[in-house]
Design a protein around this ligand. Sequence first.
Ligand code: AMP
Length: 399
Amino acid sequence: MKVLVINCGSSSLKYQLFNMEDNSVLAKGLVERIGLEVGMLKHQPINNNKVEVSEKIPNHRVAVKMMLDALLDKNHGVVKNISEISAVGHRVVHGAEKFSDSVKITDEVMDVLKECVAIAPLHNPPNIIGIEAARDMLPDVPMVGVFDTAFHQTMPNYAYMYGVPYELYEKYSVRRYGFHGTSHRFVSAEAAKMLEKSIEELNIITLHLGNGSSITAVKNGKSVENSMGFTPLEGIIMGTRCGNIDPAIVPFIMEQEGISPDQMNNYLNKKCGVYGISGVSSDFRDLEDAAKNGNTRAELALKMFSYQAKKFIGSYVAAMNGLDAIVFTGGIGENSITMRQMICEDMDYFGIKIDEQKNHVRGKKADISLEDTKTKILVIPTNEELMIALDTVSLVKTA
Ligand code: AMP
């Protein structure tokens, strides 16, 4: 069975085609700069050369067509006939309280997804456009939606409510949702396998650290806390997002700078974080280089990031009353030796002791804790696409 996984952004479409007999990737690619003057398709068949096509790509429907043409192409394609694609799995950012699991896409589900746009105006519209385009181009293929928020629907109400009048929750669904759920679900399950224990008996903290970063407390296999909130802006300081700040700063800056709510939202999402602190970059490789070369603001940004991650770990130990393992994933978690070291140092009170030698690892599974420590420190590369493909198979098979 071959499953296509699609992740649509406002001007991009990422895809991977899986062979579910052995969970291998047959091809992956990216269509970017959709709607701009010149767009680009980058298609990578796994056993063939990469292909790049540059042309105007006016909308997502054209992007879906380009992706399908690339998958079917007689030179660099990986399927002979479109009917070989048995199902499509879509990443959807926000499922609000409507979806606590992945779901087979129907007209009714599309209506509910559109209702969710009110609370996720930045994230859900491109996902919906992508699903609609794929449904138009592949009308007979079953499709599944997999939500970033779904895994966190097990958070208890005292964890997800904000200290604002209850009516705001009732009227506008204002509450914490949590994000990156597909990644946290994947790596926590992998951690249990690595530890050769049932996930039901483990307390795990998963740190998905990338351009967007979030931290989850997974108790007995269920998410009980995630650092992100109503939107993916809350939590730890990120590449360009501010993370937790005093909410009173928002109206203050708007008034001082004379900017609108939209401009402020853009500012908090795109101009803040370690980029705003360092003035150097949002990329941790650049920050680590700059800090080594004596840039004190880059050093400050890295210290803020590791300090905030430490504080989340401490508070999640309290939330779960225990800790068996912490898991690093995402671009930074999987690759930054420096950041893992900074986060884990002086955490022995929690049984967290990192092995400096074992920590010299990038992008592959590893146990980097010192022998005989109470808490295991694991590096586990995330694979949200595979998780989406697996959910898609299980829903399509049970349908
Ligand atoms: P992601 O959003 O998960 O793709 O993560 C992307 C981020 O990972 C980049 O912006 C970098 O900050 C970070 N990253 C990737 N490779 C490294 C590395 N070798 N060292 C430090 N940070 C890295």
